[in-house]
Structures are given as C-alpha cells and as structure tokens.
Design a protein around this ligand. Structure first.
Ligand SMILES: NC(=O)C1=CN([C@@H]2O[C@H](COP(=O)(O)OP(=O)(O)OC[C@H]3O[C@@H](n4cnc5c(N)ncnc54)[C@H](OP(=O)(O)O)[C@@H]3O)[C@@H](O)[C@H]2O)C=CC1
Ligand SMILES: O=C(O)[C@H](O)CS(=O)(=O)O
Length: 494
C-alpha cells in the first residue's frame, strides 16, 4: 500500500495493515525504486508473500543522503530541549500504535505477538531515553596553563548517519540507533534487512508524523551491497552503524574506515551460560529459558553454550528439559505460541547441522532435535556436548541448548573464553567471591550474573573482539554520535 492511503482516528486506530507501506521515505518523498523494481517480503511462518518493498540502489540512497544533509543543518541547530520534545512525540506515537506495530513486526519476522509488542516498547524506551540524554550533552572548561587564555571543550553531532540493521529485531535495532542519532542532533539513512522492511518503513512514517524536518530519517530498501557502498563512500555520511553478522560487519567497517567515517558495530555472539554447583537451579533454568529461547534463539545475546558443573548437571538438565517441553511452537500470531518460526529454511538447515554434528560426536538429544515442518524447529536440549563440535565455535541462532559438563571454575572460564566472540555471557552462583572472580574473568562486553535477560536502554550494550565495537543505550550511547571540539580562547589579557 502507498503511504498516503492511510486514514485513521483515535477512536478508529490503525491496524498492522495500515503500517504495511510498500514504498520508502526518501527525504520527503514516498516512492518506489527509480526503475520500479521490487523485492518480495514473505511471512516466515507460511512462506506466503506478505507484500513487496522497493528494490532501491545507489541513486535513491544518494538522494536520501542529500536530503539528510539538508535536514541536518536545520535539526542539529535546534536546541536540545526542542529536539527532545520531537523525540517524545515519536515515543508517544510508537506507544499509541504499539499493537499495530507489534503485529506488523510479528507478521514480517515471525516472533510471537507478545514478544513483538514487547519489542516495540523496548524500541520506544531508547527513543525516550535519548530524548532525555539529549539535554545532558555537557562540555568542559579545563584550567588553562596561560593566564590570558581559556580552554573550552564542546560536543557536536557527527552529521549524517548511515545505518544497516538486521531482521531479528526489526524495530528495536533501528530505534536503538535512531534514538541516539536524534538525541545527538544527527540525521539518518537506514537500510533495514530485506526480510523485514515494514517495521523500518513504519518508523519513517511515525518520524514524519512527529514533525521532524523532512529528510531527518529516510529508509532505503533494496540491494544491500549497493546501498552500503553509497553510505560508506558518500562524503556527506559521517558515521556508519551496523547490527548483524560479524562477516558483514568486518566488510562494512573496513570500507567505512577507508572513507574515514566513525563506526559502531553490534555483531555476532557465542554466549556462555555457566551454572555452578552453588547456583539456585530453578532460577538458572528460568534464566536459561529466557536467554536461550527468546525469539526462538535468534538473538545475538542468546545463550549459545550451556556449561553445567558436575554436581548439579543431572538435576539442572532434568529441570531444563521439563521447562523446554512446555514451550509451544507455532505461527507467531496464533494464540499461546511461545516459539515462532526461524526466519527462513536456511536457518533451519544451519540449526539441524549443529544438532547432527553433536549427535555424530556422541552427544544425546534429550528433547526436540528435529525440524517441525517448514521454518519451524522443535526446542531442543542436547547433553554430552564437547569443545570441537560446531556448536562450540559457531553461533547457532536457533532454539537449541547444548549442555557441556565441567568440573572446576577455572575449566568453565577457560571454555567460556575460548571463542573469538565477546558479546554476552551469563553465570549462576550464590557465592559472592565467585561472582566477582568470574565476572572479572569473562572476556565479554556484557555479563548477566544470576540473570538470563540483560537488555535495557539504561545499560551500555556492546561487545568486544569479533562481537564488535561501541556501546548502544546508556549514558555512553551518545558518544558514538558526537564529535569533540576544543577551543583555545586567547586575547584575554587585561
Ligand atoms: N550484536 C547484535 O546486537 C546483533 C547481531 N546480530 C548477528 O547478525 C546475524 C544474523 O542477522 P542477519 O540479518 O542474518 O545478519 P546479516 O549480517 O546477514 O544482515 C544484516 C544486515 O546487513 C545487510 N547486509 C548483508 N550483506 C551485506 C553486505 N555485503 N554489505 C552491506 N550490508 C549487508 C543485510 O541486508 P539484506 O537483508 O538485504 O541481506 C541486513 O540489513 C547473526 O550473526 C547475529 O548474531 C543480529 C542481531 C543483533
Ligand atoms: O539483535 C539482538 O539480538 C538484540 O541486540 C538482542 S537484545 O538487544 O534484545 O538483547
């Protein structure tokens, strides 16, 4: 549907179809691709076509960047309080339309409706957080070594931001970046994942309705390589922010740095989930379910390897299997479903490859371990997993919990750190000394201690090593969207 077709009132709120816009907002123009080409968007639950999105490329991206630069001059000059007020209008529109945006997200990505609506609230929380942080971009006056000079430090928005985002959180991964960009005074051109364009386009619609200057936020769907090349090579773009696989992130970062742009990367993970003998087992099982099976295991912070100390191994595994067997697999928009489909059949094949590799290596499937038709995969628990298996080194990105047995704390830390990734990690203990020892020893950007959920807008989300660079959210989240200027004020002699 075209953007202009929408008519709604507060008494007659919009539904998800009202936000399923098959055009992109490039500057202030809603349009298709210059050559009219489109890409199909499918319902991951059924494989049926949901709709289309424009298949754009460099020309459309260049126009969006030009408009973003024009908008930047106006938007960055607004007082922070004024920008914050616009951001709070955007926040309000997201919350007011949470049900419709959530169902749209559920339809295009597949996650259960409750999770999808929760993602809208999570994304909106970043917009609100940075609406408030916008007014706390402070500077410094540094004591001068010269009596007749003063030293002043200020911060300014970096400029036009190019964003490329993944399919697994098609609203929140945009809102987490857009919130920081708008809070800093930047403008943005975003290329969402081709599998999930509609949530991004819906955000562009809400930014337009909130009253931001035209061109503040453009969405360009289509050829990833072409659009990314324009964003990395166009001198008007001053920063690239990316969430997705490490492989693509490294390619993007090297091209962006070749053109001397700021870069922030939220990449893949390989999270350890360690259960010590002294853990609260029921809490550990709850945390494992929350961390491993959220979004059907398709998050970069999902527990990817479960390490359980020998003294509690059998009791933990028994409780975990019982909890996993309560999960309900189905289409995200069907009642009571807690495990939606994987994004596509290739994802199912990769998950099966990991399970088959473990079984071939002598591991035992205690529950699940097979596809459930189409893009569905049964929630799975495997014991007897060992280092050297694919699942130890690769991110599964699916609902499979491989359990590794260990004996000592040192052994658990060594296995946990034996990976090039460093995003999220988790462990359960009731020993305070162990909590600090292990938290300090884990080589990760995020550590969940006695918690399987670590996602909040108030904390710095980010990885180390091959999991990326930069922090999203928190009081640190604006840093990557600002540049620092130092002024030496002379000529002050009396
Ligand atoms: N650290 C974090 O917060 C997160 C990390 N991830 C990681 O991402 C992976 C899964 O997400 P997935 O979407 O498949 O990741 P991808 O890296 O394949 O895709 C992410 C985005 O990059 C685009 N893209 C793909 N190839 C290129 C390219 N050569 N140049 C420029 N852009 C490109 C995609 O466009 P298109 O869709 O058109 O191909 C999409 O918009 C997992 O490894 C997961 O861990 C995912 C989410 C969050
Ligand atoms: O894309 C992801 O996996 C998200 O970063 C996970 S979270 O922010 O929802 O924890």
């Amino acid at each position: 549907m075209a953007a202009q077709d929408m008519t709604w009132t507060r008494e007659n709120p919009r539904g998800w179809r009202d936000f399923m816009i098959e055009q992109c907002l490039v500057g202030d123009a809603w349009s298709g691709a210059d050559d009219g080409s489109t890409l199909d968007v499918n319902d991951p639950s059924t494989g049926d076509r949901l709709g289309t999105a424009p298949k754009m490329g460099r020309a459309e991206t260049a126009r969006a960047v030009d408009r973003a630069q024009q908008a930047f001059r106006t938007y960055s000059a607004m007082p922070a309080a004024e920008r914050g007020a616009l951001m709070m209008k955007l926040h309000g529109l997201m919350i007011e339309n949470q049900a419709a945006l959530g169902e749209l997200l559920c339809r295009e990505m597949g996650k259960p409706l409750a999770e999808a609506k929760g993602e809208i609230a999570y994304g909106a929380a970043f917009v609100k957080w940075f609406a408030e942080e916008a007014r706390r971009v402070y500077g410094d006056m540094i004591p001068s070594p010269w009596a007749d000079k003063r030293i002043m430090v200020t911060h300014a928005p970096v400029g036009v931001v190019g964003a490329i985002t993944p399919w697994n959180f098609p609203n929140a991964m945009i809102a987490r970046k857009l919130g920081a960009a708008l809070g800093a005074g930047c403008t943005m051109v975003c290329k969402p994942a081709s599998a999930t364009p509609y949530s991004a386009i819906a955000m562009a619609k809400l930014v337009e309705e909130a009253g931001f200057p035209a061109g503040t936020f453009s969405v360009v769907t289509g050829s990833a390589r072409e659009i990314a090349a324009e964003l990395c090579e166009n001198p008007l773009v001053r920063k690239i922010t990316f969430t997705g696989s490490t492989e693509v992130g490294k390619e993007l970062a090297s091209n962006a740095l070749r053109h001397m742009k700021k870069v922030s990367m939220e990449l893949g993970g390989n999270a350890p989930f360690i259960v010590f003998d002294d853990a609260d087992l029921d809490a550990a099982v709850d945390g494992a379910i929350a961390s491993k099976f959220r979004n059907a295991g398709q998050t970069c912070v999902c527990a990817n390897r479960l390490f359980v100390q020998a003294g509690v191994h059998d009791a933990f595994v028994e409780k975990l299997v019982a909890a996993v067997e309560k999960l309900k697999v189905g289409r995200g928009y069907d009642e009571g479903v807690t495990q939606g489909p994987l994004i596509d059949r290739a994802a199912v094949e990769k998950v099966q490859e990991h399970v088959s590799d473990m079984v071939a290596g002598g591991a035992t499937v205690l529950t699940g371990g097979e596809a459930a038709g189409g893009t569905f995969y049964r929630p799975t628990v495997v014991t007897g997993a060992r280092p050297g298996m694919k699942v130890f080194a690769e991110e599964t990105f699916g609902p499979v919990a491989p359990v590794f047995r260990f004996s000592t704390e040192a052994e658990a830390i060594a296995m946990a750190n034996d990976t090039p990734f460093g995003l999220a990690s988790y462990f359960y203990t009731r020993d305070l000394g162990r909590a600090f020892r292990v938290m300090e020893a884990l080589e990760y950007g995020i550590v969940g201690v006695n918690s399987g959920i670590i996602s909040t807008e108030v904390a710095p989300f980010g990885g180390v090593k091959d999991s990326g660079m930069g922090s999203e959210g928190s009081k640190y989240g604006l840093d990557d969207y600002m540049v620092r200027k130092y002024a030496l004020i002379g000529g002050l002699a009396g």
